[in-house]
Design a protein around this ligand. Structure first.
Ligand code: NAD
Ligand code: TYD
Length: 345
């Protein structure tokens, strides 16, 4: 079995490569990644020692490049992690999101059709469902919840989902889609909440909490996500969508306070800053379908996963410093300079 993993040098993609090399060491894997600011070959240092992993640098939206690759490699399966993935960046620069997330997915689907009806899995997100009100804890996203995206990021992912489903219905392409809640764990780029707050806490920098910090996210340890995708590839029903989430809802303030507690830092570091435009209030997944049909359930409780994650970041200073030495400072300045004033309560 030969599998192309797009976006494999990013956070979840690299975790997935380690997970799969361990579980299916006899398979061949091709990591295809454009190495944007979020792609980092250092994430794959150990994985690349494995004889069955090959790295190819390229853009999923580059049709000629993708067709040539498929022609040469003849893959059996494509798992598409490649995406622009950060909501705040999508607010500032939506066009790159439309190009990679929509056009890029379209090119991969065309290649799957052209080179032998190849099995395609689209790694999607619960954000395609929009958000839920904070005062209705009884509501959850199911696979039947209508798509109702809020940000350019989530709208581009919702578009990719619709195109993926259309290729199944129209061309009978063997596809599946998974929609997962927020992931955390090793190798996550420190623009996202958890690694950003760990780094700032450790360096006694302010922790910028958007608005009051009451927004809720449903956190899942990244290896539990990898396990779910592997099950879908093995046993999932073609044409179906599977929601992935572990009923682990936390407000942003709960997460940030926990990080401060575990790093032994004061809550005085918290700074409430101007809110994100269109900020989704609550995400909450109903994972009944993947549990009942495929037997999936999360294995890592948050209390354990967050300690492991904090330890990982604190013991990978070099990894962090290489990122910090790049364009990160400029990003941080652009993203947070206009948020200086305290949130008005
Ligand atoms: P990430 O930003 O860490 O990694 C994305 C990877 O895609 C990077 O390695 C980047 O170089 C690569 N990439 C970007 N544009 C590309 C292009 N045009 N061609 C080839 N490669 C390209 O993202 P992540 O957090 O690992 O997310 C991976 C996938 O999972 C995304 O599709 C995202 O929508 C989805 N997802 C993420 C989360 C989460 O909490 N992080 C939750 C649910 C779903
Ligand atoms: P993020 O990790 O960007 O994931 P997403 O927006 O895709 O859920 O953000 C998680 C939550 O944390 C979200 O409600 C926004 C909030 N947040 C902050 O309060 N401060 C920050 O500096 C960041 C990056 C996020």
């Amino acid at each position: 079995m030969k599998r192309i993993i797009t976006g494999g040098a990013g956070f979840i993609g690299s975790n997935f490569i380690y997970y799969m090399l361990n579980l299916h060491p006899e398979d061949e894997f091709i990591c295809l990644d454009k190495l944007t600011y979020a792609g980092n070959l250092e994430n794959l240092t150990e994985a690349l020692e494995h004889k069955n992993l090959k790295f190819v640098k390229g853009d999923i939206a580059d049709r000629k490049f993708i067709y040539d690759l498929f022609e040469a490699e003849k893959p059996d399966q494509v798992i598409n992690f490649a995406a622009e993935s950060h909501v705040d960046r999508s607010v500032l620069y939506p066009d790159e999101f439309l190009n990679t997330n929509i056009m890029g997915t379209g090119v991969l689907l065309d290649a799957c059709r052209k080179y032998g009806n190849i099995r395609f899995h689209q790694v999607s997100t619960d954000e395609v469902y929009g958000d839920l009100p904070l005062d209705r804890p009884d509501l959850f996203f199911t696979e039947k919840t209508p798509l109702h995206a809020s940000s350019p990021y989530s709208a581009s992912k919702a578009s990719a989902d619709l195109i993926t489903q259309a290729y199944h219905r129209t061309y009978n392409l063997p596809v599946t889609i998974s929609r997962c809640s927020n992931n955390y764990g090793a190798y996550q780029f420190p623009e996202k909440l958890i690694p950003l707050m760990i780094w700032n806490a450790e360096h006694d920098k302010q922790l910028p909490v958007y608005g009051e910090g009451k927004n809720v996210r449903d956190w899942l340890y990244v290896e539990d996500h990898c396990h779910a995708i592997d099950l879908i590839l093995e046993k999932g029903k073609i044409g179906e969508v599977y929601n992935i989430g572990g009923h682990n809802e936390k407000t942003n303030m709960e997460v940030v306070t926990m990080i401060l507690e575990k790093t032994g830092k004061s809550t005085d570091l918290i700074k409430h800053v101007t809110d994100r435009p269109g900020h989704d209030r609550r995400y909450a997944i109903d994972p009944t379908k993947i549990h009942d049909e495929l037997g999936w359930e999360p294995e890592t409780p948050f209390a354990k996963g967050i300690v492991y994650t904090i330890d990982w970041y604190l013991s990978h200073n070099e990894w962090m410093e290489h990122i910090m030495n790049g364009s990160y400072d400029k990003y941080y300045e652009t993203m947070y300079k206009d948020r200086e004033h305290k949130f008005a309560r």
